[in-house]
Design a binder for this molecule. Structure first.
Ligand code: FAD
Ligand code: SF4
Length: 508
């Protein structure tokens, strides 16, 4: 009897655990472009195009290797509307009675597969450097889960940037040398772009007709869509941008959306690149003197540390964590997140860039859009849906812990020791946005007061009961308490008025 081997759109790795089970000539690999996956949130058109193109190319590669692939195209009326329905269709067509799958990175799909009337052998997704079981063992009994301790453990375990059991350079972390503002630089290397080939063009045309209503520009499209391209993008990053990665990691510039970031997250998350090879490539650059340690360590920490850590947190939290809302926020997502007008130069730039590129780098996601949503009291579920929809690399296992945990503090501090909130001063220090803004970053009150300034104190004040006891927040509360009572009252009243305007749909 043949078995159906399910390969999802973010499982495009030849060494995928389900694929390792496939017997050529007997089993049938099932891949499908289904409407349910393209529309459960309104994904950015570039994201849909990336997934479909990469899936089609991967299927062709498997066929060339002699696998039988049953591929359901979105424009084929026979293709079922959802993954479970497509599996049942293929089972009826082929007589298969068993399914082999690699555990999806999305609780919704896991539940759907578990509910199938056919037996499903769910194999672990072992494309990570730390298995979900190992993470659970590491987390067990710990009061707080901190990425830094996990990261050190992973450095020891993998030997990355280690020498004789000690961290290279004598320190685990070189952030003190990183996180500088950036200046415009005409000579800054640009990311590798991949002009659409005929296969990609065909998908772009399809996406253009089917998903015209989704937020985001489809063209120009330049993402890597297969493994050779992803390897080229990796090589390009290591050679040209990695040396400045640390210095520019937290900087933001209006006209430089990429700075020295890698743009490798979509290739990693789809399975076109393996996290081990990416870390090893960065480490090798350090050893041959092509990149400094602060850059290489900072970059490896993002993957070996943060990426593995959030995956462990997602697996540990289970589907219930998607409903986290520790601060009880319930406001709607302001229209400016979907391109509505705003006078805030920083948010306007971040959303415009997201619309055009399906990309914003980490600090833009955390300290602009995430920070603002948190200060404005937006319901975490709405923020989660937005991030899941509009970024090229967004898959629940990595997006949800970043959004709900790191960015919105909806988990009450399981992932981060304090909420990532800031006033306008931080944004001003790390970017060039404030220079061109209708608001004044130095104004704390008044008609041109920066909204981040007003909302920052409002946030601290309304969550005093929960946050004032946090040692990492104590200094902020002392500063607030030292302000004159009249001034505090004015800040709170202007912030309340701003929130009413924002949530009432007015432009702010
Ligand atoms: P670089 O800055 O070049 O970093 C290198 C790599 O490190 C990335 O490609 C990524 O694989 C990894 N990485 C860095 N930070 C993180 C992190 N916090 N968590 C996991 N991996 C990390 N990342 C996603 O891959 N998918 C998401 O859906 C996603 N949603 C996010 C939502 C919010 C609110 C925030 C604050 C962060 C989110 N991130 C997400 C993490 C991070 O912003 C992106 O990984 C990064 O911006 C991708 O761009 P890059 O490849 O140029 O990254
Ligand atoms: Fe953003 Fe405030 Fe600066 Fe304007 S002044 S760009 S709103 S931080």
């Amino acid at each position: 009897m043949p078995r159906l081997i399910l390969v999802l759109g973010d499982q495009l790795s030849e060494h995928l655990s389900a694929l390792r089970q496939a017997e050529k000539g007997r089993d049938i690999i099932v891949m499908a472009e289904v409407m349910a996956e393209a529309t459960h949130v309104p994904h950015h058109p570039q994201k849909i195009a990336l997934f479909l193109t990469a899936m089609r190319k991967f299927a062709a590669r498997l066929r060339a290797q002699g696998h039988r692939v049953a591929y359901g195209r979105l424009d084929d009326p026979e293709t079922a509307p959802s993954i479970p329905a497509e599996l049942l269709r293929r089972a009826a067509e082929t007589g298969a009675t068993r399914i082999v799958a690699t555990t999806p990175g999305d609780w919704r799909l896991i539940a759907a597969l578990e509910a199938l009337p056919l037996p499903v052998e769910m194999r672990p997704d072992d494309r990570f450097l730390c298995s979900a079981e190992d993470f659970a063992r590491w987390a067990e009994g710990r009061k707080q889960l901190r990425m830094e301790w996990f990261y050190r453990e992973m450095r020891r375990r993998t030997g990355l940037l280690m020498q004789d059991g000690q961290p290279l350079g004598g320190r685990w972390n070189f952030d003190a040398e990183n996180r500088k503002p950036a200046a415009p630089d005409l000579l800054r290397p640009r990311p590798k772009r991949f002009p659409p080939d005929p296969e990609t063009e065909a998908v772009l045309d399809l996406v253009e007709t089917r998903f015209a209503g989704h937020f985001g520009r489809l063209r120009p499209f330049h993402w890597p869509t297969d493994r050779p391209q992803a390897l080229e993008a990796l090589e390009h990053f290591i050679t040209h941008a990695l040396p400045r990665f640390g210095d520019e990691q937290d900087a933001m510039l209006t006209d430089e959306p990429f700075l020295s970031h890698s743009l490798l997250s979509s290739s990693l998350n789809l399975g076109l690149l393996d996290p081990r090879e990416v870390c090893r490539a960065a480490e090798a650059a350090y050893h041959r003197g092509a990149a400094p340690l602060n850059a290489v360590e900072g970059f490896i920490r993002q993957i070996l540390g943060w990426r593995e850590f959030v995956r462990g947190i997602w697996a540990l939290g289970g589907p219930a964590a998607l409903g986290d809302n520790a601060l009880g926020h319930d406001a709607p997502l302001p229209a400016l997140f979907w391109g509505g007008p705003t006078r805030m130069a920083c948010l306007s730039a971040a959303v415009r860039q997201t619309r055009d590129l399906a990309y914003a780098h980490h600090i833009q996601r955390l300290m602009l859009t995430g920070n603002f949503a948190l200060l404005a009291g937006v319901a975490p579920a709405r923020v989660h849906e937005w991030y899941l929809a509009i970024y090229i690399d967004a898959i629940e296992w990595v997006e949800a812990p970043n959004t709900l945990g790191m960015s919105q503090f909806a988990d009450g501090g399981r992932l981060g020791s304090k909420p990532y909130v800031s006033s306008g001063a931080y944004i001003d220090r790390m970017s060039d946005y404030c220079r061109g803004c209708a608001y004044r970053v130095r104004d704390r009150t008044g008609p041109r007061a920066c909204p981040f300034n007003l909302l920052y104190w409002h946030f601290l004040d309304r969550h005093r009961d929960r946050l004032a006891g946090n040692p990492r927040m104590a200094q902020m509360y002392r500063t607030w308490d030292r302000m004159a009572p009249d001034h505090r009252a004015q800040v709170l009243s202007e912030a309340t008025a701003l929130l009413a305007r924002l949530h009432g749909g007015a432009e702010v």
